[in-house]
Ligand binder design. Sequence first.
Ligand code: FE
Ligand code: FE
Ligand code: ZN
Length: 276
Amino acid sequence: MKENTVYMGCHLSMADGFRAMGERALSIGANTFAFFTRNPRGGKAKDIIPEDAAALCEMLAKENFGTLVAHAPYTLNPCSGKENVREFAFLAMSDEMIRMESVPGNYYNFHPGSHVGQGVETGIAQISELLNRILKPEQTTTVLLETMSGKGSEIGSRFEELREIIDRVELREKVGVCLDTCHLNDAGYDIAGDPDGVLGEFDKIIGLDKLKALHINDSMNPLGAHKDRHARIGEGTLGYEAIKRIVHHPALVGLPCILETPNELDGYAREIKMLK
Ligand code: FE
Ligand code: FE
Ligand code: ZN
């Protein structure tokens, strides 16, 4: 990876395996991508074919890809009030930690979850406990907490909450943060109007060394709306110019940028070209 390269991609389907994802990424001009290691709505995960994973790793090195950003199923809730729901998140994520080792050294992003009335403190304790159970000293994957919009009882819409989770993790070097530009805006952080201010606050509270990846989305809602509706780049409240400034911000360039805009592959190809 080169420090001054813009790494940009989108979510790709794992249905045809690892190598196919790499080829699809290249075909749309992407040099990183995101994927669900299993069906995002849950269900049994497909077996990984070691040769297929190895073929992707070879391609990533040869084509100078940035770090990949896998995504946990968004149906998991690590801080549910129900113990069986929390246990399911633990089982799914510990299995994913093993699966991720077939493509070593990449990122695995998850939504911290919703405390559903248990209170922020209880939620934070449960999320950090889950991390302490799934993280192993020998793993090469870094697990990322995503910044959330704060809809409902979501945890992670304030940098302070993420900091508190990280503080309670024993293997702190295995955790990082993924900033989602739509979520930041909806949480009330003016990432479009004042990126330096927001990144300065992130640095003060969490530390920029913990910032590992970005989800690049425009937002359908105004600053602080606590909504979470993604818009295509340039079709929302952040706007094309502001998003381009974020992608090329000196403090952020070199981090993998994943588009999660409502698009098909051709739309992603266009947005990647527009922003690179
Ligand atoms: Fe997410
Ligand atoms: Fe996101
Ligand atoms: Zn979102």
